[in-house]
Design a protein around this ligand. Sequence first.
Ligand SMILES: Nc1ncnc2c1ncn2[C@@H]1O[C@H](COP(=O)(O)OP(=O)(O)OP(=O)(O)O)[C@@H](O)[C@H]1O
Ligand SMILES: Cc1ncc(C[n+]2csc(CCOP(=O)(O)O)c2C)c(N)n1
Ligand SMILES: [Mg+2]
Ligand SMILES: [Mg+2]
Ligand SMILES: [Mg+2]
Length: 324
Amino acid sequence: MNEFEFIKSIQQRNYKRSGLRKGIGDDAAVFRQSYQDTVTAVDTFVENIHFSRKTMEPFHIGYRVLAANISDMAAMGCDPAYYLISIVIPKEWTEQELHEIYQGMNDIANQYKLDLIGGDTVSGSQLVISVTIIGFVDQNKARYRSDAVDGDVIFVTGTLGDAAAGFHLLSEGNNNDMDKYNYFIQRHRMPTPRIAFSNALKELNRVALNDISDGIANEANEIAEASHVTMNIHYDRIPIHQSLKDFSAEQQRAWSLSGGEDFELIGTVSEKDWPYVLEIAASTNTKVTSIGYVTNHQNLNGHTILIENGIGKQLNKSGYTHLK
Ligand SMILES: Nc1ncnc2c1ncn2[C@@H]1O[C@H](COP(=O)(O)OP(=O)(O)OP(=O)(O)O)[C@@H](O)[C@H]1O
Ligand SMILES: Cc1ncc(C[n+]2csc(CCOP(=O)(O)O)c2C)c(N)n1
Ligand SMILES: [Mg+2]
Ligand SMILES: [Mg+2]
Ligand SMILES: [Mg+2]
């Protein structure tokens, strides 16, 4: 199959979004959206950095790369609508495997009602998939890392450390572990971006949000820096899955604080709005946990404090980083 046949084979027959004027098939895509703000992000997924043949089936590669991008849209409080795929394909990858990658993307795109509207296909020595995602949000309702203020409640969705546990099991586990801890493996391969929850918060005037791709130690600090506040987090309030307790205390700690790739949300809201957040959590079937509070401490602003046994210590960025 040549490049052009490949593009034809991955093209959607019908588009879901009414604003689309031109999808795949011209020099660029065209969409129209007159009254909302447009939100866009790009993330890249590289063989042996983000996944390996051992950790992911082709279907999961597609699913996971789009999930990461949808999660950034959740972190912005916006509704994702369109995506473009740039793919570098090594010759070792079969036609069948490539289609499975696209089936993975298609699966999650259908769940979140996204249209694939363009991309680029080239050959190369390593599988690299880059996704550009485009979404829409009501004017002035995009959620920024810079919106946390003194007195806010800090919350997270879901449980943390699941994806890192899954990655550990896929890399080092035996067959028994794979069955017993299938939940963690699924969470690594097929994360759940929290779009319904974050979009349902749109009635609130102010929410600070960030998604947890590198680990809460990173993302809490990103909010602290952007908002010039101190983030205070109780270690024993960080929600973990019951089965994570089967692992050592060191593993639980490393995975829940800096494992990354959970694609949960960390956010802050005023104390007054916290009961409303809990209502939205219930109505969108999303686990949400309060893990601490925001303060304004002149010399600690821009930092995160982790409180354990009543003692607070600075929690430095410790998650995954691509450049040393
Ligand atoms: N090479 C680059 N050129 C221009 N802007 C960049 C580049 N890399 C990152 N950015 C920008 O820096 C900011 C932070 O990017 P970062 O990738 O850390 O966020 P993220 O996508 O939420 O994290 P993750 O990649 O872990 O999902 C974003 O505004 C992003 O667009
Ligand atoms: C084969 C393999 N090796 C290592 C990891 C771990 N890993 C890779 S990138 C990343 C952080 C998010 O990256 P980004 O900032 O690009 O979103 C983490 C925790 C993996 N998933 N697969
Ligand atoms: Mg991202
Ligand atoms: Mg990024
Ligand atoms: Mg992000």
